[in-house]
Design a protein around this ligand. Sequence first.
Ligand code: OAD
Length: 236
Amino acid sequence: MRAPIKFRYFQRIVFFTGAGMSAESGIPTYRGAGGLWKEYNYEDFACQRAFERDPSSVWDFHDKRREMVQSKEPNPGHRIVSAVQTRQPNTIIVTQNIDGMHQRAGADPDAIAELHGSLWRLRCDAENKVRADDSVPMNPRKCSCGGYWRPDIVWFGDQLDHRVVRRAREALEECDLLVSIGTSAVVYPAADMPRYAKQAGAVTVEINLEDTAMSGLYDHHLRGKASEVLAELDAV
Ligand code: OAD
């Protein structure tokens, strides 16, 4: 494959990433063969009702995820995205991923909009507090107020943080290149957000192993592993 464009032709790039971005790190995606939601029922582990019913099981599940993610490393694709963001500082990373891999690969945390929150942040809803935490297993599970800390993740049925959405939307509306990487584009409202970039006139590129529900939105469809396609787009 010869890349139809190069990152260096653009001034304001947005990388829009999903679980396929981290697949080459050995972190399972959500759907498809080996996907997390094939093995676990999200209604038992990833929604507010499950947390209220059985916080211990929900925390056990998230501890397992924290342990797994902590044992993995950013892959060459993450490193290319971070290198572009460092070299071209108007670059913004809008991610659905909660794994923190873009940060670990060296991207500026201020240039990352985590639409679905983070495995590495905790929230106390009773006291309206949020804090970073990378302990594995997470301990103590209870806040000093007596209530449980909750992973600061957008679970099924939750609203997205409107400040993060606004940030992402602004970046998408202002970008000249949108690069979607490794998302099946079926979880809303995130799935539809690349449309802001398209409507504003950006060049749109979809990197994925296969066609997705949103492929029609993109000018270029680059099929292959994220790290390999990114290397071509970044090559001088
Ligand atoms: P999915 O698991 O739905 O989709 C992963 C996509 O990555 C698929 O389209 C794969 O074809 C593609 N893919 C896999 N390996 C790849 C590789 N090496 N290179 C390129 N593409 C690859 O994951 P998401 O679309 O991210 O929500 O899922 C969206 C949301 O659903 C997640 O953020 C999560 C989940 O429930 C929360 O955590 C709140």
